[in-house]
Design a protein around this ligand. Structure first.
Ligand code: PLP
Length: 295
């Protein structure tokens, strides 16, 4: 981790060498836990309330009782950001089932562990962010939504990791996962949109998309910009023949796609993407204003 990274565990800010949880935590042993990735700009977390709501929903769905209120978590977020040496950064908020004996039974676990990490995260090379990235459609599928609901942001990312490995192997920057019916679900850590005849279309949660906070911001901005937006099933053919395609996520922010499985898309970055990207920057600027210097 970089020297600027900061750690908070169960209520305490800790130096990296002390920022540890036991190896018997079921988050490690079984991937039993949930998380959020949150960006902050000018020392202010973007859409924190929405992230905390999704965390709460993820906890509720897996019967994990969150030991802190939203207010306490907001205070913890402010505290760790205040110790971070830069004004912009990325937070990882993780809640694990906690330590317990071997075996899946979560009722044997004592107390969830709550972890916050503040760090820098540059997921996309700035040059590629301007030019657009190359995508492949991975052979690794998204977990079926009737197996694990994709709205649960769980610690299980193995199939997403395998999909990303396929992308790297193919010389692409990101992979799209299909669901078990061959419909487009999402990127390994982003939602996906296509533009067709000036409409934006993104897969539905039931097709395997996480209910992304950034995706939601884009859907809201589309309304404000009079860009028709639909949540609908998409196939690889829809990606290959799109006018434009882009990814959204807290880590990646907004990234244009220039190629899918070797097919160059018509526009990259296209006019619809560019309009949404500049509206997104304005939205960030209006919600995360620089703080006045302390008197
Ligand atoms: C699987 C997956 N899909 C989509 C997203 C994008 O969601 P958000 O915009 O809330 O970061 C993420 C973010 O971590 C993700 O892990």
């Amino acid at each position: 981790m970089s020297e600027t990274t900061r750690f908070w565990i169960n209520g305490q800010l800790l130096p990296e060498r002390e920022a540890m949880i036991p190896v018997t935590d079921h988050g490690l042993l079984y991937g039993d836990g949930v998380f959020e990735g949150i960006r902050f700009y000018h020392g202010r977390p973007f859409r924190l309330a929405a992230h905390l709501q999704r965390l709460d929903d993820s906890c509720q769905a897996i019967r994990l009782s969150l030991p802190y209120s939203h207010q306490e978590l907001t205070q913890a977020v402010d505290e760790i950001i205040s110790t971070f040496p830069e004004s912009h950064g990325y937070l990882r908020l993780v809640v694990t089932r906690g330590t317990g004996p071997m075996g899946l039974d979560p009722s044997a676990c004592r107390q969830p562990n709550v972890i916050l990490i503040a760090t820098q995260l540059e997921m996309v090379d700035p040059e590629l962010r301007n030019r657009g990235i190359r995508l492949i459609i991975a052979s690794t599928r998204r977990l079926p939504s009737d197996g694990l609901d994709p709205r649960i942001k769980s610690l299980n990312y193995l199939n997403h990791i395998l999909a990303r490995m396929e992308a790297t192997q193919a010389g692409a920057q990101e992979a799209v996962l299909l669901n078990n019916q061959g419909r487009v679900a999402e990127g390994s850590v982003e939602n996906i949109f296509i533009v067709r005849n000036d409409h934006i279309i993104t897969p539905r949660a039931v097709d395997g998309a996480l209910a992304g906070i950034t995706r939601n911001v884009i859907l809201q901005l589309a309304v404000a910009l009079n860009i028709p937006a639909t949540e609908a099933p998409l196939t690889p053919y829809d990606l290959y023949t799109a006018d434009e395609c882009f990814l959204t996520g807290t880590g990646a922010e907004l990234v244009p796609v220039r190629e899918v499985d070797g097919r160059a898309l018509r526009h990259c970055p296209g006019p619809v993407f560019s309009a949404l990207a500049s509206a997104f920057q304005q939205q960030l600027a209006s919600e995360c204003k620089p703080k006045a210097p302390a008197a």
